[in-house]
Design a protein around this ligand. Structure first.
Ligand code: AMP
Ligand code: ZN
Length: 113
């Protein structure tokens, strides 16, 4: 599959890893829009977007979210942070391997859109 994030998982494309275990990977976004901008992904490409989540495959998403406080701590985000998922065309999703943006390191704006 021609997927940038699968290639990052496989080590075929370099990344700056922030956290890794057997199920998920967090790495620095190549084009950060905040002092801290990490991408968190399930390693397995089962879900292309949030729109693919069902009761049967949601466990990995719960697991990923259970690790967010730890990843935020590793990233120095003691004052809080924002988690964003872009989904589909109107969501401006560019990489079709489900991922969550972890943003922080400064006071973020109140407006989401
Ligand atoms: P999205 O628009 O939600 O699909 O976000 C995709 C994100 O992946 C963007 O913020 C990109 O900057 C980021 N990205 C794309 N290629 C890479 C890469 N090779 N390493 C790290 N981040 C990347
Ligand atoms: Zn993938």
């Amino acid at each position: 599959m021609d997927c940038i994030f699968c290639k990052i998982v496989a080590g075929e494309i370099p990344s700056t890893k922030v956290y890794e275990d057997d199920k998920i990977l967090a790495f620095k976004d190549i084009n950060p829009c905040a002092p801290v901008h990490n991408i968190i992904i399930p390693k397995e490409h089962v879900l292309s977007s949030a729109d693919d989540i069902t009761e049967d495959n949601a466990e990995i998403i719960g697991y990923l979210f259970s690790k967010i406080p730890h990843i935020a701590k590793l990233s120095g985000l003691e004052e809080g942070y924002r988690i964003i998922n872009n989904c589909g065309t109107h969501g401006a999703q560019t990489v079709k391997h489900i991922h969550f943006h972890l943003l922080g390191g400064k006071q973020l704006g109140e407006k989401l859109c």
